[in-house]
Design a protein around this ligand. Structure first.
Ligand SMILES: Cc1ncc(C[n+]2csc(CCOP(=O)(O)OP(=O)(O)O)c2C)c(N)n1
Ligand SMILES: CC(=O)[C@@H](O)[C@H](O)COP(=O)(O)O
Ligand SMILES: [Mg+2]
Length: 633
């Protein structure tokens, strides 16, 4: 039972604790983290890994004045616990409760609401620059960034700029050998070599000793020269990559040793110029199952109670769209050896570990480097391959310019399977996939579609791989259904009319089709005969099918799980305006011009009237309104 933690109302309450008490506090924080994931899915292993680092930071710096940014922000739970949010902690990732990422609306100790990796060094540099110009050059600016986030291009853009910075910059590299999956790439290998540095440091000491004993000639000289080469290599590995950029490199040090962390932090506080402190931690530290399997315990299912064995994944009747997409990708790759698949460090989230194993040389994990991922895919397409970029909608935003220049402008056959397109629920506004419809349909040459059910996703993927143009397919974070019907074969730019009625029309773009169908069936029981359309494509738009429905229907509702601004409904209004068709009776359902907060997906969809009840309610209102108008004529 937590004794110390409840008394920590702010980091000031840490100042009087001794090392034993700080270590006890670390244990209490871990207990709270374990209890949290016994109740719901949350970020777990990452938070377990930064407990001591967080305590040492708040014990050493005064972040009422100094600046602290946790890169990505998924590891911010210990920070929230020591900055006065212990009492609310059980609301984590629930509607109206604490956000699972930093949230300035919760605390002044949270400076940026983040969830996307790689921006911390840049933003903390901006803070340092602003403080310097405001006369607060004595403030410290600290970015804590993981080894998975570090390869983000933006980090190197910031490092390039760091030596010009006025103000104090401390970058803490939290190196736990993990992204969500094991980290990949040359930066990862470099960190591995740096982690050996404690060995090299000792080795360098040996070199100096050897220097004093070096004989002038004979065998020992050769041995000495061999050692000297190693010593020089050690020096190179001793953070020279950073030193050459004007960033002092210190480390690596043990990230679970609070006194040691505090000693080094006090030391770097006096260091002039940008400094990188390399801290080695264990992802999942302090809870053995998580330390042994940090991939699974990155965001484990709610039912993994402390000490319980790893539960089998819940068997559900229907599978997630993610599973259908993964299986469809695997199937296409088996039948066509020109097809490749790329992920930007989301192999686990897109459930592609089996593809990594099966298609080794046609599976590419680029790390958290989405801009590179898309440009790399464009290069593959130019070379005659059919790359599939399997990516979360929200993270694709990082690659906007590469989608434009390297893919659409070149008219290259890159397939974008955009997972988490729509409400992602507990992750909140940084992770909802809101904007992909708008920005993907803007680009000439792009084919933009959304399946109404699981089988249609499979069909669309094959269609996309066969298309000689860039294509984008969006689907949400939810279980997929299959809608029984006489399925119209997929045809470029053609919608599918599931039912015709004379009282109104519901035109659905994407996976809410199941809810739209339920709504139309409910309405039929009320005597309202409503047309149901599965739009399938937002680009090319099926004006030939849809505009006559606008002309004939007393009311029309469009349904999409995405931003209304620039979304499918906007496209319909544009088409109507261009064709001179009256669209004043069109009601668009989707996400309004707000950032949707975290919460339960079903609740959020209901609030937005995007579920079957909401769609039916809006139809009744419009039908009623329509009947009043027609009866008053
Ligand atoms: C731009 C972007 N791409 C992908 C992700 C998904 N993501 C969240 S955490 C994570 C791994 C981060 O690894 P690291 O920075 O080492 O933190 P750790 O979990 O190891 O503490 C990834 C890929 C993201 N949040 N942002
Ligand atoms: C921090 C981060 O961006 C990922 O951990 C993300 O939260 C994963 O989302 P899913 O749980 O939907 O895969
Ligand atoms: Mg890591």
């Amino acid at each position: 039972m937590a004794e110390l933690l409840p008394s920590i109302k702010s980091p000031e309450d840490l100042q009087n604790l001794n090392t034993a008490q700080l270590n006890q506090l670390a244990g209490e924080i871990r207990e709270v983290l374990c209890n949290l994931v016994a109740t719901r899915t949350a970020h777990f292993a990452s938070n377990l890994g930064v407990v001591e680092l967080c305590i040492a930071l708040h014990r050493t710096f005064d972040f009422k004045q100094d600046r602290l940014i946790w890169d990505t922000g998924h590891q911010v739970y210990p920070h929230k616990l020591v900055t006065g949010r212990y009492d609310q902690f059980n609301t984590m990732r629930t509607k109206g409760g604490l956000m699972g990422y930093p949230n300035p609306n919760e605390s002044d100790y949270d400076l940026f609401m983040t969830g996307h990796a790689g921006a911390s060094v840049s933003t903390v540099m901006g803070l340092a620059s602003g403080d310097y110009l405001a006369g607060h050059g004595d403030r410290h600016a600290v970015a804590v960034i993981g080894d998975g986030a570090f390869p983000c291009g933006m980090v190197f853009e910031a490092l390039n700029n760091a030596k010009t910075l006025k103000g104090n910059l401390l970058i803490i590299l939290n190196d736990n050998k993990m992204s969500i999956c094991p980290r990949v790439g040359g930066v990862a290998d470099y960190f591995d070599r740096l982690r050996m540095n404690s060995f090299y440091t000792g080795f360098k000491h040996e070199i100096v000793k050897a220097l004093n004993m070096v004989p002038v000639f004979g065998d020992p000289t050769e041995r000495f020269l061999a050692q000297l080469k190693e010593g020089v290599k050690a020096g190179l590995h001793g953070g020279m990559l950073f030193e050459e950029l004007g960033v002092n490199y210190i480390g690596p040090i043990d990230g679970h040793n609070i006194p040691l962390l505090r000693k080094y932090m006090e030391m770097v506080k006096t260091q002039k110029g940008p400094t990188l402190l390399h801290v080695v931690t264990e992802k999942g530290h302090g809870y053995d199952p998580a330390a042994e399997d940090p991939v699974y315990y990155h965001t484990p299912p709610a039912i993994c109670k402390p000490g319980e064995a790893k539960p089998e994944e819940k068997r559900e009747g229907s599978k997630a769209y993610t599973n259908y997409a993964r299986d469809a990708i695997a199937d296409v790759m088996r039948r066509n050896d020109k097809v490749t698949v790329l992920t930007a460090a989301m192999c686990q989230g897109t459930k592609m570990e089996p593809l990594r194993d099966e298609f080794g040389d046609r599976f590419f994990d680029t790390g958290i480097c989405e801009s590179h991922t898309v440009a790399f895919a464009a290069g593959q397409a130019k070379a005659g391959l059919r790359p599939i970029v399997n990516i979360y909608s929200t993270f694709l935003q990082r690659s906007f310019d590469q989608v434009f220049q390297e893919v659409a402008l070149q008219d290259l056959p890159v397939v974008f399977t955009m997972d988490r397109a729509g409400i992602t629920a507990a992750d909140g506004p940084t992770h909802h996939g809101m904007y992909d419809v708008g920005y993907m349909r803007m680009f000439p040459n792009m084919i933009v579609m959304a399946p109404g059910d699981a089988d249609e996703l499979t069909e669309m993927l094959q269609f996309a791989v066969d298309a000689d143009h860039p294509t984008a397919i969006r689907y949400p974070k939810t279980n997929a259904e299959n809608i029984k019907r006489d399925r119209t074969p997929l045809e470029l730019g053609k919608a599918e009319v599931l039912k015709r009625g004379q009282d109104g029309a519901v035109i659905c773009y994407g996976a809410q089709l199941a809810d739209a169908k339920k709504a139309v069936e409910m309405l039929a029981k009320d005597g309202l005969d409503v047309t149901l359309v599965n739009a399938r494509f937002v680009k090319p738009f099926d004006a030939e099918t849809i505009l006559p429905i606008l002309r004939e229907s007393p009311f029309v509702i469009t349904v999409e799980e995405g931003a209304l601004l620039t979304g499918f409904g906007s496209a319909l209004l544009e088409q109507a305006a261009d064709a001179g068709v009256d669209a004043s009776h069109v009601k668009r359902l989707g996400i309004p011009d707000v950032f949707v907060q975290h919460g339960d997906r079903a609740e959020i969809l209901a609030e937005l009237q995007l579920d079957s009840l909401g769609i039916a309610t809006v139809c009744r209102q419009l039908a009623g309104a329509e009947r009043k108008v027609s009866s008053s004529h």
